[in-house]
Ligand binder design. Sequence first.
Ligand code: MG
Length: 249
Amino acid sequence: MTLRAPLPLRSVLFDMDNTLYDHRYALRHAVAELRRADPRLSPFSLAEIARRDEDILQEVHRGMVLAGTVSVDEGRAIRLQRLYSGLGLRVTEDEAQNLALVRRQAYLEHQRAVPGASALLRALRSQGLWIGIVSNHVAREQERKLRSLRLRDLVDALIVSGEVGVNKPDPRIFRVALSHAGVPPGSAVMVGDSWEDDVLGARAAGIRAVWFHRGGGPARRAEGVSELRSFRPRHQALATILGPGRKTG
Ligand SMILES: [Mg+2]
């Protein structure tokens, strides 16, 4: 039996939130500001509020915003109301809107790329690779993040579920990305922090995957999947993403 050589890598696809964009960092600062602004939150630890806020974000983002039943702005006020009611606190609609603004402002003031992301994108592009982002979100918000991080020029295309009409892990969104890149699944790799959405979704479309497992925690293994815990040092991140037999520059 002859072994077929793998196709050359031509495209690298990335998830956005908590992969290139440090969403968790901004969220932590936003929650801290909210806690400073409202003394009723002081009996609760920052860690507890942040944990609840992140769970509610997943619930509202996936169940309502991505489903198209509420706008991104409405989703923010709903998240705030749910956070407060979960802590046994009442907020009027006006208060919820004002506090949602406080949180949003702090969130916007703490935009940053995941450490090492920008240098990694530059290194990949210098090898002539096509870079795409595949994200479950609306285009406006993800474009804004890319520009505020000054990463827009390093990305060839943004493929968002809000425009494609299906969310990761549906393999169709990955196929849309491949068609933008003009490459077959075997010439692409997907890098993302969500095992279900990014890793299993990409695998279902026949794309090799790199699980960006930044937070640590239990390891998971699957065929065609490697793990990366940091984009630093860059040569190591490059070696994992490029796969065997590629120069890491
Ligand atoms: Mg993510």
